[in-house]
Ligand binder design. Sequence first.
Ligand code: ZN
Length: 129
Amino acid sequence: MKICRYCGGVIRLVPASSIYGESAERLGMKEEWLYQCQNCNARVGCHKGTKRPLGNVANEVLRLKRMETHQVFDKFWRAKRMSRTKAYRWLSEQMELPESKAHIGGFEMEQCQRLIELCRKEQKTEVAS
Ligand SMILES: [Zn+2]
């Protein structure tokens, strides 16, 4: 991944602190890395503690969608009293993804939407039963 899929700009590996500044520490990202388009600012995070990207770089619309999806998913598994590990296993099964790919931070638009719908569906079945 060297060329941006949105604008063809150059993608560089940068420390999270170069994007988040002082708040990198508060966000627990002080030691983390991101891939960032030097032209349009599309970006994607890395697997914790590595320089392996979670997925494709995201423009602002997709970044917001990934954030929204994360909120829905976290709320979902906490309400279900699942452990984090169990929640991500559920995610990878439902989305038919290997666990190494089951990271919302690397999801595309359609995958985000699919996960949101899966969470909603699963929530409903429990209420009904
Ligand atoms: Zn770009």
